[in-house]
Design a protein around this ligand. Structure first.
Ligand code: BES
Ligand code: ZN
Ligand code: ZN
Length: 496
């Protein structure tokens, strides 16, 4: 897909579809379409289109202007529109464009739009929405069905000449952000037979190669992980025939102002282990490495974005399998920081791998650690499938991520690290147990468990179990991996 900024009049460009976002009551303001004015008025009246949020109006232009069709999309009242809603509107319009097999499209960012957000943010939002809404994982489709898919090949973003530069900057950022998100989506959508811990390690190495040395990667295998005293991580892995890999990515620009660690849960398949999951809960568990995929997605973009911060990515990658060698309920593991853990349910494995990752992370004395993990079904019960839970021990860090998520439209909701619930994860035979006493607040006790390994280091935990994987098509994410968190983390890293 080729995205271009154009300052020409959109009615003079011969394209298949022109998308025109409009605010409520502002449909008839376009001098550019004067040749089509009557038709617009008539159609708007007949179809009761006033520009309310979600309304759409399609017109064949019959040669009166150059674009073959025009699609007006209602944005509702200007003062009520959020960036997220704007992205969803553009995403729906690009899906519509794809379904009518449009190959060349335009989006008109007229003057009415420019007072809404900065031109850069508008162009970035449009670019990301178009690329991400029309993404499809096609690797395993037969050639026949691949052929019937028509792709949008060219996109023109029309605006006035004075805004060309910020629009171009926004588009360039949008393309990088979207590509990084797609890196993550592809990894999640690949079956786990392919996306093994070794494969994730190879992916990290290929990112390092593409970065021409900007990103350095070290991969540790079983023997080294053992020497690193990551018994808790190895406990999860021990039932599997796949070798675990501890993957460390490092980006360190000269004069970096801060050191940030990104840790991603990397369970390449979660059967639950001996505490085996029922079939319907296991169906999508190739997605249990979504946190790791997002970390890799972020690193794939660093060479192009060159943020002025040191960034370290950590992934403990393994499978969670039942077998004669698998860890058993009641077993006790010792994490790298010396904390002992009674494993009462082998399906609460993410926190076991992260215990070692976080212990290792804080030893590097970073300014912040952010972990992303498809950690608990309980977080989905609490917040549904669209919203990630956020826990943190540092207000500034939490509010920076909240700010980044408002821009990218990836929904986060801050949750409490309730000290009083800590008693629920105390074990009678070890320091901690990996499941709680009682049924309620499971996402909070999982976060509290992780907090035991970070000490005073500023830390945020994102439980992305809900938004990491879409079970149905949504406007911005087709069914499958979402690459959730990639854009929010990139935005955070660029604004530190
Ligand atoms: N990977 C799952 C969490 C999950 C569930 C992610 C659904 C995405 C969708 C995690 O390892 C898990 O199984 N957690 C258990 C914890 C329980 C045993 C305390 C859960 O949430 O049921
Ligand atoms: Zn599990
Ligand atoms: Zn899991």
């Amino acid at each position: 897909m080729n995205i271009k900024i154009s300052s020409s009049n959109p009615s003079t460009q011969s394209i298949d579809l022109l998308i025109v976002p409009v605010f409520e009551g502002r449909v008839s303001q376009f001098k550019e379409f004067s040749a089509l004015d009557r038709d617009i008025q008539d159609a708007a009246k007949r179809e009761n289109f006033s520009g309310k949020n979600g309304q759409t109006l399609v017109l064949y232009t019959q040669g009166k202007i150059e674009p073959y069709k025009v699609l007006f999309i209602g944005l509702g009242k200007k003062e009520e529109l959020t960036q997220y809603q704007f992205r969803v509107s553009i995403a729906k319009a690009s899906r519509a464009a794809k379904s009518i097999k449009a190959v060349s499209i335009g989006v008109y960012l007229h003057n009415d739009m420019s007072s809404l957000f900065t031109s850069q943010i508008l162009a970035q939002a449009v670019t990301e929405s178009i690329i991400l809404s029309t993404y499809k994982f096609m690797t395993y489709k037969s050639d026949e069905s691949k052929k019937s898919e028509r792709e949008i090949e060219s996109v023109f973003i029309f605006s006035s000449a004075s805004k060309i530069q910020p629009l171009e900057e926004g588009t360039a950022l949008g393309e990088i952000f979207a590509k990084a998100t797609i890196e993550a989506r592809d990894l999640i959508n690949e079956p786990s037979s392919h996306t093994t811990p070794t494969f994730l390690a190879e992916k990290a190495l290929s990112i390092a190669k593409e970065s021409k040395g900007t990103v350095k990667v070290t991969v540790y295998g079983y023997q080294e992980i053992k020497k690193m005293k990551m018994e808790s991580f190895l406990g999860v892995s021990q039932g599997s025939d796949e070798e675990p890999k501890f993957i460390e990515l490092h980006y360190k620009p000269k004069g970096a102002s801060k050191k940030i660690i990104l840790a991603g849960k990397g369970i390449t398949f979660d059967t639950g282990g001996l505490s085996l999951k029922p079939a319907e809960h296991m169906e999508t568990m190739k997605m249990d490495m979504s946190g790791a995929a997002s970390v890799l997605g972020v690193f794939s973009a660093l060479y192009y974005l060159k943020p002025n911060v040191e960034i370290i990515g950590l992934i403990a990658a393994c499978e969670n399998m039942p077998s004669g060698k698998a860890i058993k309920p009641g077993d006790i593991l010792k994490a790298r920081n010396g904390t002992t853990i009674e494993v009462l349910n082998t399906d609460a494995e993410g926190r076991l791998t992260l215990a070692d990752v976080l212990s290792y992370a804080v030893e590097m004395k970073p300014d912040a650690v952010i972990d992303l993990a498809t950690l608990t079904g309980a977080c989905m019960v609490a917040l549904g499938q669209e919203i990630a839970g956020m826990w943190g021990n540092n207000k500034t860090l939490v509010s920076k991520l909240e700010e980044a998520s408002r821009v990218t439209g990836e929904k986060l909701w801050t949750m409490p690290l309730e000290e009083d619930y800590k008693d629920l994860i105390k074990s009678s035979v070890a320091d901690l147990k990996n499941i709680q006493t009682g049924r309620y607040g499971g996402a909070i006790t999982a976060a509290l468990f992780l907090s035991e390994f970070v000490g005073n280091t500023p830390w945020v935990h994102l439980d992305i179990a809900g938004p990491a994987f879409e079970e149905r098509d949504t406007p911005l994410v087709p069914r499958g991996g979402a690459g959730f968190g990639v854009r929010t983390l990139l935005s955070y890293l660029l604004h530190l």
